[in-house]
Design a protein around this ligand. Structure first.
Ligand code: MN
Length: 206
């Protein structure tokens, strides 16, 4: 369990003199944060994050979330991220880990359907409700045998929609923070991070 609590893997991958991403610290606030960050790195993907025990459990979802309960989206688990990361939007310099543009694509909270979400996570089957700006209703994340791959699946409820009629990644492509597209974030914004999180936001051309 010690490893689960640590952000060593997160911190080791990054040079904080070069990247504006926040440094890794365990949070004690327990706000059930849920975010998705759309990340235009070498391959575009969606980073799906759920706050549990002071960190953001994190999965890279290559195709992004899907509201169709018949569609299972591959979600590759990556290192735990600091909770503070959930407010990050900006540019990771090329050549650094994850270099590219990060957009805050969705934010809200998640509510575990299991009484003990930590035990459910360790079992590899999380069932939860999302209450966010884009994603809502019931979802599950199910771990596969290789331990790193999970499946993100929408449950049947009033928020479910067939993929043929509605693809949320196409219908809602932009940031929930700024309304901007990936290209606009890349062109316009720089976020300045300090010890306490976001310090200020600069227009690049000011
Ligand atoms: Mn990523």
């Amino acid at each position: 369990m010690a490893d689960f609590m640590k952000l060593d893997a997160y911190n080791k991958k990054r040079d904080f003199k070069k990247t504006p991403e926040p440094t890794g610290k365990i949070s004690h606030k327990h706000k059930n944060l849920f975010v998705i960050q759309k990340h235009a790195a070498s391959h575009l993907h969606y980073d799906f994050r759920l706050e549990l025990n002071g960190v953001l459990l994190s999965w890279a979802v290559p195709k992004g979330p899907c509201l169709d309960p018949t569609v299972k989206r591959l979600a590759m688990q990556v290192e735990d991220h600091p909770v503070n990361y959930g407010h990050f939007e900006g540019i990771i310099p090329q050549g650094e880990y994850g270099g590219g543009t990060v957009m805050l694509w969705d934010e809200g909270i998640w509510l575990s359907e299991d009484e003990n979400p930590k035990a459910a996570y360790e079992k590899g089957h999380l069932r939860f409700e999302l209450k966010a700006k884009k994603l809502n209703g019931k979802w599950s994340l199910i771990r596969l045998k290789d331990k790193k791959s999970w499946l993100l699946i929408k449950a049947k409820d009033n928020f479910a929609k067939p993929l043929k009629q509605y693809d949320i990644t196409i219908a809602e492509p932009n940031s929930v923070l700024t309304g901007e597209s990936i290209d606009e974030i890349a062109a316009n914004y720089q976020h300045v991070w300090g010890k306490k999180g976001l310090v200020k936001k600069l227009k690049k051309h000011d």
